[in-house]
Design a binder for this molecule. Structure first.
Ligand SMILES: Cc1cc2nc3c(=O)[nH]c(=O)nc-3n(C[C@H](O)[C@H](O)[C@H](O)COP(=O)(O)OP(=O)(O)OC[C@H]3O[C@@H](n4cnc5c(N)ncnc54)[C@H](O)[C@@H]3O)c2cc1C
Length: 398
């Protein structure tokens, strides 16, 4: 089933999506997206990760990577196929922890592509950013529900979204407790403000500020268990990091293919560029980056399926490696294409802009490295306490 879906997705992206790509640096308009989405439904490639019972393709996690890499071969592919952030991560979270009523109201139209969503965690300084514990938005208990006050920013897709998943502190449930709320953006007290301009275009709807001013949310729209937001967001963040890796890996493959075509056709110093050793070293390094990024994603998916704690660490490692590897591959492709590589005549410059923010969102490289190192030190301490043999280099050692 997956091999056939991969082949259909590959053909659809190359035959229908790539010819419809807007110029570099310009996002896909809502009408063009809707028309292409209809074609994707007809082609049987729409919503590959959405539950089958709701009109998606129902792919299990371990089979997401090849399909999302094919979707990501075009910057607009994931939005057309309805597997782009933030909707894709929100679908996964809703499917896993949403109530039957929330599935009917929010998940079903999201999978069908009739609805858009956003995820609201980050806040203006000094609120939540790299440190989610700094969350300043609050929700207080009232009869029949909660009232949210606070401001968010960088809320991808908010301009076009119908509903936001909002993370807010709920101090009545414990000093550090936070909860998730489903808030229609048309609700009283919600203001979608200034849209922050960023380097990339792939997420339709920009990255606006969103304020909540005495915004009432009924109890039926609390997502998951009240007070459990920090646990619940891990359900979203682990796989969502990996799906970004999968999509951007597809785009890096396209950049590399562009470079491979160029080094075959460009003659320099009496021979094809691809015969020159320094160019070959760059091509080889990109092959290594692509292969190791793909393998690291598969390894992290396996870990995530086996054990969520192990998966959290593996997805951190995969996120850091892939986000940096795709930038390196695209940068080498630009270099191999010479002057053309840094113009808008080729799409490589736009690809570089698309992937650059991935080293900041979904946890910056530094935040993940910090977490990976702390876990490693703790693991070693546990091993030593459990009597694991010492492998330390002796003093004055080797
Ligand atoms: C394109 C884009 C889309 C986004 N979409 C969303 C969205 O849909 N919803 C949402 O809620 N948020 C979104 N964000 C926000 C994103 O999650 C935050 O930008 C990110 O968490 C970093 O927070 P911050 O910007 O406040 O930076 P800060 O928290 O101020 O961090 C600044 C820098 O500090 C460094 N740093 C962080 N941790 C450590 C550490 N442990 N050790 C050393 N250095 C460290 C890193 O270099 C980091 O980049 C988006 C951001 C971008 C750029």
């Amino acid at each position: 089933m997956t091999a056939a879906l991969v082949a259909r997705t590959r053909a659809f992206v190359r035959d229908a999506v790539m010819p419809a790509e807007p110029p570099a640096g310009v996002g896909l308009g809502a009408d063009a997206r809707a028309a292409l989405q209809e074609q994707a439904r007809q082609a049987g490639v729409f919503a590959p990760l959405g539950p089958a019972g709701l009109g998606g393709q129902g792919l299990p996690l371990r089979e997401w990577s090849p399909v999302l890499q094919e979707a990501g071969y075009s910057v607009i592919g994931p939005a057309v196929l309805n597997c782009m952030a933030p909707d894709e991560g929100n679908m996964h979270l809703l499917e896993r922890i949403g109530s039957p009523l929330q599935h009917e109201r929010y998940l079903a139209p999201l999978v069908a592509g009739r609805f858009r969503s956003c995820f609201a965690m980050t806040e203006p300084h000094p609120g939540a950013g790299s440190d989610p514990a700094a969350l300043a938005t609050t929700a207080r208990r009232v009869t029949g529900g909660w009232v949210i006050d606070g401001e968010k920013r960088f809320i991808s897709g908010a301009d076009e979204a119908d509903v936001a998943i909002v993370m807010a502190r709920t101090p009545e449930l414990g000093e550090a407790a936070a909860s998730l709320f489903l808030v229609p953006l048309s609700a009283d007290g919600v203001v979608v403000g200034h849209a922050i301009r960023t380097l990339e275009t792939a997420i339709a709807g920009g990255h606006p500020h969103v304020s909540f001013e005495s915004c009432f949310v009924p109890d039926v729209d609390v997502l998951g268990a009240p007070g459990e937001a920090f646990r619940h967001v891990q359900v979203r963040l682990g796989p969502a990091r990996l799906t970004h890796c999968m999509r951007w890996l597809g785009l890096a493959r396209r950049a590399h293919d562009t470079a491979l075509d160029r080094v075959r056709s460009r003659e320099l110093f009496g021979q094809p560029l691809g015969e020159l050793g320094i160019a070959q070293a760059q091509l080889a390094d990109s092959e290594i980056d692509l292969a190791t990024a793909s393998a690291t994603i598969d390894w992290a998916v396996e870990a995530l399926e086996r054990d969520p704690r192990e998966g959290a660490n593996a997805s951190s490692i995969a996120k850091v490696h892939c986000s940096e590897a795709v930038s390196r591959v695209i940068d080498r492709a630009m270099q191999l294409c010479g002057g053309d590589g840094v113009t808008l005549e080729l799409p490589l410059l736009a690809f570089a802009n698309e992937v650059r923010p991935f080293r900041v969102y979904d946890g910056s490289s530094e935040t993940h490295r910090w977490a990976i190192a702390r876990r490693a030190v703790k693991r070693r301490a546990r091993d030593r306490e459990g009597g694991a043999p010492a492998l330390d280099i002796p003093e004055g050692g080797r």
